[in-house]
Design a protein around this ligand. Structure first.
Ligand code: FES
Length: 144
């Protein structure tokens, strides 16, 4: 069975895939990704364009070690965080985006997109990944 994280040349790569469809056809393919960037120093990696994500939607960027959920708000801001809910590991990329939060699809915890913190009364947090737009391009602080 082929490794879904390898591209056609056998390199590990980041692929932006359809929301919740881990075997779907990538809608954008970024540079090879090896690991999350260390805290000191930031390397920005292009992972696609904002047009790859519907407003109030999300996509998944696969890295070597983990999946990163990238979200687009109604006013075209982008946020990224690890694609695991702090409650029971639900896929936040399959949640509902509203304002600057996402509601987990499994048990409805609400997670702040900007800080990764679960909203009261729930407790916990998700590690966020710095994200920014350069024009229409989405850049994440991950090591290429
Ligand atoms: S796994 Fe997300 S709320 Fe339970």
């Amino acid at each position: 069975m082929p490794d879904p994280d390898l591209d056609v040349s056998g390199r590990r790569c980041a692929a932006v895939v359809a929301n919740g469809d881990r075997n779907g056809v990538p809608v954008g393919v970024g540079a090879p990704v090896e690991a999350i960037a260390p805290c000191s120093g930031t390397t920005w990696t292009r992972v696609g364009t904002v047009d790859d994500i519907p407003r109030l939607g999300s996509r998944v960027v696969r890295t070597r070690g983990e999946d990163i959920a990238v979200f687009r708000t109604s006013d075209d801001r982008v946020f990224a965080m690890h694609d695991r809910c702090p409650h029971k590991q639900g896929r936040l990329s399959q949640g509902i985006v509203h304002g600057t939060s996402v509601t987990c699809p499994l048990h409805n915890w609400v997670i702040g997109l900007d800080d990764g913190i679960a909203k009261d009364p729930d407790e916990g947090c998700v590690r966020t990944v710095p994200a920014k737009l350069e024009g229409r391009d989405i850049l994440l602080a991950i090591v290429a």
